[in-house]
Design a protein around this ligand. Sequence first.
Ligand code: PEP
Ligand code: MN
Length: 263
Amino acid sequence: MQTATAPQTRSVEEVWKKRPLIISGPCSAETEEQVLATATRLAATGKVDVLRSGIWKPRTRPGSFEGIGTKGLPWLQAAKKATGLLTAVEVATAKQVEDALHFDVDILWIGARTTVNPFSVQEVADALKGAKVPVLIKNPINPDLELWIGAVERVAKAGIKDIGLIHRGFSSYGNSEYRNAPMWHLAIEMKRRNPELLIINDPSHICGRRDILQDVAQKAIDLDFDGLIIESHIDPDNAWSDAKQQVTPERLAEMLDSITWRR
Ligand code: PEP
Ligand code: MN
């Protein structure tokens, strides 16, 4: 008789130091089955460290899927138990921080629409006081390094020791090749001014489409970024948010295999 062995979960400290740090998972948690299937297929690639999944979705305009909410957090716990992948969730309010910590989410991130607002960042920072969780901070949607640095300072003042940056590009008016222009020079300048912080790149939200994801990911690695956060879904075309930019776990693995890594 075969006995199932529980997958080994690495410690957050160990994963935080891993280079390249690879985070992947759906833009949004949709159903328990979708979260579990995505996590299982990502873990099977052997190339992913952390499962990302949006639980509360900051949509620019109302009327689209705004996230499954707190009821999705146990799904992430179950996915972690089944696969050993650590979990990461976006938080934008004190209640979301409390709920995410209550359900043992391993890494929190502050989204681009939150980083622009010092009141919101301060609310999140206050809720983080006393927590040991690592926090990743996305650049604000507008190209303002001071806002990005201000968010880092607020979270650091709350006592969070492990802080990282996510470069997800900057919005602008009109059509362009990118959903959010990378403006690489700003990420490079942010890196130069905060050499102690890890910085990862988010090709998914920069590109908004699948076909140029790999080029952007490669550029980030060439620029010595510490890792990547890339959205993946078991059925990308039918994702409830960001359908155009998500890839299957297997396609993600192919992409990661094709990247030339520096270290
Ligand atoms: C996301 O990661 O799904 C997201 C909403 O990203 P951003 O804050 O970069 O728009
Ligand atoms: Mn998304």
